[in-house]
Design a binder for this molecule. Structure first.
Ligand code: FES
Ligand code: FE2
Length: 357
């Protein structure tokens, strides 16, 4: 199983990590233990003591250090062993791997690569306590390959069908029928489309108000979804020639969701999300969250069923169609990035072997 390593993966919301607690997390099949340090910053170590391979998450946090509670080895937040009971000299080889970990936008991010952890690559999430947005965070776990969840988010034509019954966010033919505009951006794709002359779903609008909505999302590696919805008076889409509305056109309302799909193992994934309106409509934030939760449970149901179907016949290929434009473009780029990174890693290994011969 090949993953992109040189990128940030979301491992939780900041509030999920209580002080003085070792939190085990499986990421890309690797067991990691995550903890808050005394200054509030984060540490992350391989969750396997190098002595006799007991999990460090069963250990004890002592200040910013982690003590294995099998035979007492103590490791600092960089992974170096700094104490071995009954032994004075400690070889530099006695260590565990450490991972760059940091908090940004109310979320905790881990860098899984060997290269420099580039903070510029942390996605533009909006967390709780933001001055412009009233966001509510959530998490859902999946028994499915993370890229099936990516594919679902990359193609919102599914809203018409998967979310048909619940009237959660869609229930409109237009998600499937409207023309989408797909363009490549750095590390992902941008997809925009108009939903015209439609009632806002559920109780989000003012009674039966009919509006046009410009919906635009960026989908970035390894599984980051940033969706803005701008609500305008009906007729705006036609006035904009069905193109992106100009930046100086003020919407009646707007809402945002940021989401991160994180592979735990080959077929288990975590799905983190925050959703909400701009702060002027903060009173509706729990409504947004409830509707999102309903919708995301519907997504999970079809995706986990899809995973079982794929497992029953793993050699059957998918059949991409016009609606899959964004999925296809993103996946091609993502596969190329993974292949390039894997190639570089292999090259480094070959070079290292040559040096040691
Ligand atoms: S297994 Fe950790 S100290 Fe022995
Ligand atoms: Fe969905």
């Amino acid at each position: 199983m090949k993953y992109l390593k040189e990128c940030w993966y979301m491992v939780g919301w900041a509030d999920d990590f209580a002080p003085e607690t070792l939190v085990p997390f499986t990421l890309l099949g690797e067991a990691v233990v995550i903890f808050r340090k005394s200054d509030g910053s984060f540490g992350a170590l391989e969750d396997r003591c190098c002595h006799r391979l007991a999990p460090l998450s069963c250990g004890r946090l002592e200040g910013d250090d982690v003590r294995c509670m099998y035979h007492g080895l103590k490791f600092n937040a960089q992974g170096a062993c700094i104490e071995i009971p009954g032994q004075e000299r400690i070889s530099a080889k006695v260590r565990v791997r450490s991972y760059p970990a940091l908090e940004r936008h109310s979320a905790i991010w881990l860098w899984m690569g060997e290269g420099e952890a580039d903070e510029q690559l942390i996605p533009d999430f909006v967390g709780v306590n933001h001055p412009d947005w009233a966001m509510v965070p959530g998490r859902m776990d999946y028994q499915a390959h993370y890229r099936l969840i990516n594919d679902n988010l990359l193609d919102l034509s599914h809203l018409t069908y998967v979310h048909n019954a619940s009237d959660s966010f869609a229930a409109e033919d237009q998600w499937a029928l409207s023309k989408m505009q797909v363009q490549p951006i750095s590390r992902g794709v941008r997809v925009g489309r108009w939903i015209e002359a439609a009632r806002l779903p559920g109780t989000l609008g003012q009674s039966d108000e009919i509006t046009d909505r410009w919906t635009t999302y960026d989908f970035l590696v390894p599984g980051i979804f940033l969706l803005y919805v701008y609500v305008f008076e009906a007729g705006t889409a036609a006035r904009c020639n069905h193109q992106e509305p100009p930046a100086n056109l003020t919407p009646l309302r707007q809402n945002f969701t940021c989401q991160a799909v994180t592979p735990l193992t080959e077929k288990t994934s975590s799905y983190f999300f925050a959703i909400g309106p701009n702060v002027e409509h903060a009173d509706k934030k729990h409504l947004f969250f409830q509707m999102a939760n309903t919708a995301f449970a519907e997504d999970r149901q079809i995706i986990e069923a899809q995973q079982k179907c794929i497992d029953r016949s793993p050699d059957v290929a998918i059949m991409p169609l016009a609606m899959d434009q964004a999925v296809t473009r993103f996946n091609r780029m993502f596969d190329e990035m993974i292949a390039a990174e894997t190639g570089r890693l292999n090259l480094r290994e070959v070079e290292a072997d040559a040096v040691h011969q």
